[in-house]
Ligand binder design. Structure first.
Ligand SMILES: [Zn+2]
Ligand SMILES: [Zn+2]
Length: 132
């Protein structure tokens, strides 16, 4: 049976549910991911769009960007829950918003060419200047 993972924004106004069936996971160091999260990088996990849904609080969503690809934030606290990518077919979940622990782990670093100078990557995962 498919395991269902829950994720939430900081203020808990929005909840999503995703199957524990992520296709890939990476740490993205691009400037957009850094700015969106306020972090050195964004750990993200990709999943087919039909395997994720907003489970509660959809009236609180703030959608940034135009169809078909955009960013789903909580409109109250601002947390980025996930991005809709690849022409609306995939979601990139911000792994930090997951309440439950997924089976997948980030396997490499992408957009290391845009990495913050003040941050040092100290693991042995492969690094790519742009996408893999
Ligand atoms: Zn919130
Ligand atoms: Zn990025």
């Amino acid at each position: 049976m498919t395991r269902i993972l829950t994720g939430q924004c900081r203020c808990r106004a929005v909840t999503y549910e995703a199957a524990d069936e992520f296709a890939y996971a990476v740490n993205c160091h691009c400037s957009n991911c850094r700015r969106t999260t306020g972090s050195a990088f964004k750990p993200l996990a990709g999943i087919a769009i039909e395997k994720i849904k907003i489970a509660a609080g959809s009236e609180n969503l703030m959608v940034y960007g135009d169809e078909p690809d955009n960013y789903l934030h909580c409109g109250k606290c601002g947390s980025l829950l996930y991005a809709v990518v690849k022409n609306g077919t995939y979601a990139h979940v911000t792994m930090g918003t997951l309440v439950d622990t997924p089976s997948i782990r980030p396997t490499h670093h992408v957009f290391v060419g845009s990495k913050a100078e003040w941050f040092e990557i100290t693991d042995d995962l492969p690094q790519y200047d742009e996408s893999d």
